[in-house]
Design a protein around this ligand. Structure first.
Ligand SMILES: Cc1cc2nc3c(=O)[nH]c(=O)nc-3n(C[C@H](O)[C@H](O)[C@H](O)COP(=O)(O)OP(=O)(O)OC[C@H]3O[C@@H](n4cnc5c(N)ncnc54)[C@H](O)[C@@H]3O)c2cc1C
Length: 396
């Protein structure tokens, strides 16, 4: 019996569980190690903040899927890895040995990049904590008008700034208070930099129409009442939301695995570590040496089925097969209300005109994704979502 350890209940492992539920893996003892009983589907989180969804609608329970897949679910998080000894160190002091390890623990955000942010700001990762934090923010906004500053001009920052604006203005107006004021600090570039020029222009227009002030410079400090920018300017701020780009989990340092210069696990076409073939990695935590792509939920989801196949082949002693990620992705960027900007490769459609239909389309895809995993039977037939968007690499 080979001992196969699935580390992290992320988007890629969701599809691995679905594949294993479809066809159990004989000859292996499988374990999913996860600190959370649910996966939060990040594509719906801006919609949650905007008030379009309840938190329960954005979650997928892992236990029923694991049971259907013949995988034991163990609560815990990895805090260290000794790749040479094939041993994981867990947060409660235990260790877990493996013959095959599959890592899908996503990305992190460093708390110390902006002074004071760790104490005063709400970080989008871990996303489970963000889901709780945004509810406290909404509750506070119902009592008084708030100044909110979002740090990060990538897709997540863009969507969250608009979502907060939409939600809080609605909440406070109902209570007769002043609408919240929202600012977006991009770290330097235009919001949505890296997207096609037309989408960047459209993003700027949508932000201006929502009266979100954009600061194209870095934030250097956050305190209980303000955000300080590199220029010395101080923005009034009751709560800062940090939506900056994906960073590598720190526990990987010292593991012995080959890591890229940013600290993510270097993998090749078979999703195996380039240094340790018994270790697989997919999703945000991995970087493909041969086919680099943005860190996004869709890439994580799409890597799931080939990851499952290669884990099966590794258990069976068969050679692994190559997987090539798609080069072009569909991006449906929500704009607070039930409207979205559409980007496909170099093409984009604005929020005006097609925006309502684009949001309806995104909503359908996202709800469909969740529904596909709500019962193990449905999960067994689940296909990867077609929704994608890269997370910005911008720094505040
Ligand atoms: C607000 C927001 C909106 C987004 N919207 C989109 C979108 O619309 N489309 C899109 O494609 N992408 C989107 N993204 C990006 C997307 O969230 C990530 O790319 C995606 O979640 C990566 O999936 P993953 O499987 O790598 O990791 P995750 O989904 O982050 O899952 C990793 C899991 O591992 C667990 N874990 C973490 N550390 C450990 C540990 N040490 N030990 C064990 N388990 C651990 C975590 O708790 C988590 O459950 C968004 C991101 C944010 C922040």
């Amino acid at each position: 019996m080979k001992r196969v350890l699935l580390l992290g209940g992320g988007h890629a492992h969701l599809l691995v569980l679905a594949a294993l539920a479809r066809q159990r893996l004989a000859g292996a003892e499988l374990m999913l190690l996860t600190p959370h009983a649910d996966l939060v589907y990040s594509g719906m989180v801006p919609g949650l903040v905007a008030g379009h969804y309840a938190a329960g609608q954005c979650r997928i329970a892992l236990a029923p899927l694991a049971a259907a897949a013949g995988v034991s679910l163990v609560a815990g998080a990895a805090v260290g890895l000794d790749a040479a000894a094939r041993c994981l160190h867990l947060d409660d002091g235990r260790t877990a040995a493996y013959d095959l390890l599959s890592i899908d623990t996503g990305s992190e955000q460093r708390r110390d990049r902006v002074a004071g942010a760790a104490e005063h700001a709400l970080f989008v990762r871990p996303i489970e904590a963000f889901v709780q934090g945004q509810q406290r923010l909404v509750d506070a906004a119902a009592r008084q008008a708030l100044d909110i500053v979002v740090l990060g001009g990538g897709a997540a920052g863009f969507e969250l700034a608009l979502a907060v604006r939409h939600r809080l203005n609605g909440e406070t107006r109902r209570d007769g208070a002043q609408p919240a004021r929202v600012a977006l600090v991009t770290g330097g570039p235009e919001p949505l930099a890296g997207y096609p020029a037309a989408a960047v222009r459209e993003g700027a227009r949508v932000l201006a129409a929502a009266r979100i002030t954009v600061f194209r410079e870095a934030a250097v400090a956050v305190d209980a009442r303000s955000v300080q920018l590199a220029s010395g300017a101080r923005l009034a701020c009751d709560k800062a939301i940090v939506a900056t780009g994906a960073e590598a989990p720190q526990w990987l340092a010292g593991s012995g695995l080959a890591l890229c210069e940013r600290g993510f696990v270097r993998t090749g076409p078979t999703l195996q570590s380039v240094s340790h073939p018994e270790v697989f990695a997919a999703g945000d935590v991995a970087t493909r040496d041969d086919a680099p792509h943005p860190k996004s939920g869709v890439h994580a989801v799409r890597a799931g089925p080939p990851l499952a196949m290669n884990l099966r082949r590794a258990v069976d002693g068969a050679p692994p097969q190559a997987y090539w990620p798609q080069t072009r992705t569909l991006n449906l960027l929500s704009c607070g209300g039930r409207r979205a900007i559409t980007v496909w490769g170099g093409l984009s459609l604005g929020e005006r005109g097609f925006g309502g239909l684009a949001w309806w389309w995104k909503d359908r895809i996202d709800r469909g994704f969740i529904a596909a995993f709500t019962t193990p039977t449905a999960a067994a037939g689940a296909a990867p979502s077609s929704l994608a968007r890269p997370e910005g690499d911008d720094q505040p």
